[in-house]
Design a protein around this ligand. Structure first.
Ligand code: PHE
Length: 453
């Protein structure tokens, strides 16, 4: 049998994980979630949740993935043979495909805007016009479909090249670049006239804004942002070598993801306020705010503005791609290892399934906009199904599996990398407590509040 691939170094591991974590969740979703949920107070809960809830789930997936060196289904079969846990393995083969199908539609929008930035640039002088253009882009039939297809094709090519020459190489080159780009954009944004109000919005918490639904949204955002509960972290961890410290890579990834979300917040919110847009504008926020800012700046500084516009949409695109490939890989790993597909055939199957579902998501802004599932369009149904339920549910089951099903010494063995890392007893006990008790209990509470809301 062909030997299973592994990531080559600690840097590669963290870049691949960070590539999965940092994506549209940070640049597109985080700013409008902050906007819809009251600004700085939301961010504080998001920070707490990232370390106390998301990190334990991240570690649980890492423990399972690295212990089994297998895809999600194979991992469950190996660690709990012949039990119902295999259904968790199967569920997490399906859920990333659902995310990928709507994610790729938004990835497609960023390609549309990148092409626009490179060709005509942005010249609409009023907010109404900008919003109208965005509305026309997403509700038309062909451009979003063509770019959704293109986006998925790029993912397929990277995945086709495999773990080392595809995922690892792409992430190692693009992730550092992404940080440079977002810092440049942030500097530009906070210097816009009228940007100050946006900065205040991000740093001054109004605790009266915290409600159960804000807490649920903040926790949901932190799960989405760290790619949790859908088997991507498990699958990537299965490519991590035994001597790699998964606690360090987990903390490193969570910190980079947080840092990037905050940088993206400071790159986008000041621009939102400078443009005089309401921060609660929803999913279209960045696609409306930024073109408006670029066109305003373009009146005085055309070259600078055009270059920032191109940089910005490249940033979104690259961030989206490194996340999308992590969702793609889950299905491919399953098909190759469990169903004995060749890698190219598995890539083609995952491509086709997500492509078709993505077509429906895309059309749900246009011809299918009146088709509703439980009161949601197809796009928002897929979004809510995954971020409010499948991710939380998957995350819960992963922590229960590691906390209650796996022998404690196996968990310790993984977290200390077979005793290679000198982790104090108290630190391990604390981490184990988070995995076994705190995270599952908190997730159950949030799950119930999501159901009620
Ligand atoms: N974490 C990614 C983002 O922030 C989204 C994602 C979710 C990726 C689930 C993989 C799995 O954009």
């Amino acid at each position: 049998m062909k030997e299973r691939e592994n990531f080559g170094s600690r840097f590669a591991v963290i870049m691949a994980f960070a590539g999965s974590a940092i994506g549209l969740g940070n640049i597109w979703r985080f700013p409008y979630m902050v906007g819809e949920n009251g600004g700085a107070a939301f961010i504080i809960i998001y920070l707490l949740s990232s370390f106390f809830l998301s990190l334990p789930i991240f570690l649980s997936e890492s423990v399972i993935g690295r212990r089994s060196h297998s895809n999600t289904f194979g991992a469950m079969e190996m660690l709990a043979p012949g039990t119902k846990w295999k259904w968790l393995g199967l569920l997490t083969v399906v859920s990333p495909l659902v995310i990928l199908s709507f994610y790729s539609v938004v990835g497609g929008w960023s390609l549309v805007y990148l092409f626009k930035a490179c060709s005509t640039g942005f010249t609409d002088s009023s907010m109404e016009e900008v919003s109208k253009v965005f509305g026309n882009v997403i509700s038309s039939v062909w451009p979003p479909l063509i770019f959704h297809t293109l986006f998925l094709l790029i993912c397929a090519v990277i995945i086709f090249f495999g773990v080392k020459s595809g995922i690892e190489k792409f992430s190692k080159i693009t992730m550092p670049l992404l940080f440079v780009l977002i810092v440049l954009i942030m500097i530009y944004s906070v210097n816009l006239p009228g940007a100050g109000a946006g900065v205040t919005y991000l740093v001054k918490p109004d605790f009266s804004k915290i409600t159960a639904s804000v807490v649920a949204a903040a926790v949901g955002q932190s799960f989405f942002s760290l790619s949790l509960g859908v088997g991507t972290i498990l699958t990537y961890s299965s490519y991590v070598r035994k001597d790699e410290n998964i606690l360090v890579s987990g903390i490193g990834t969570a910190s980079l993801d947080l840092l990037f979300a905050i940088l993206a917040g400071f790159a986008i919110m000041p621009a939102v306020f400078a443009a005089g847009i309401k921060p609660e504008a929803g999913p279209g926020l960045i696609f409306q705010t930024l073109p408006y800012i670029f066109s305003k700046m373009g009146e005085h500084l055309p070259v600078l503005s055009a270059s920032v516009a191109v940089l910005f949409f490249i940033t979104i695109l690259v961030a989206a791609l490194t996340s999308a490939i992590s969702m793609f890989e889950v299905g491919v790993a399953y098909l190759v290892e469990e169903r004995k597909f060749s890698r190219p055939a598995a890539t083609a199957v995952v491509f086709s399934l997500t492509w078709v579902l993505g077509i429906f998501c895309s059309l749900s802004f246009g011809p299918l906009k009146n088709f509703h599932i439980f009161g949601n369009t197809i796009f928002s149904f897929c979004d809510k199904l995954t971020s409010n339920f499948l991710m939380t549910f998957g995350g819960l089951l992963f922590t229960i599996f590691v906390g209650w099903k796996m022998p404690r010494r196996d968990v310790r063995d993984e977290i200390t990398s077979g005793g290679r890392s000198s982790l104090g007893v108290h630190t391990f006990n604390f981490v184990y407590f988070l995995i076994k008790y705190l995270a599952p209990a908190a997730i159950v509470l949030i799950f119930i509040s999501n159901l009620i809301l």
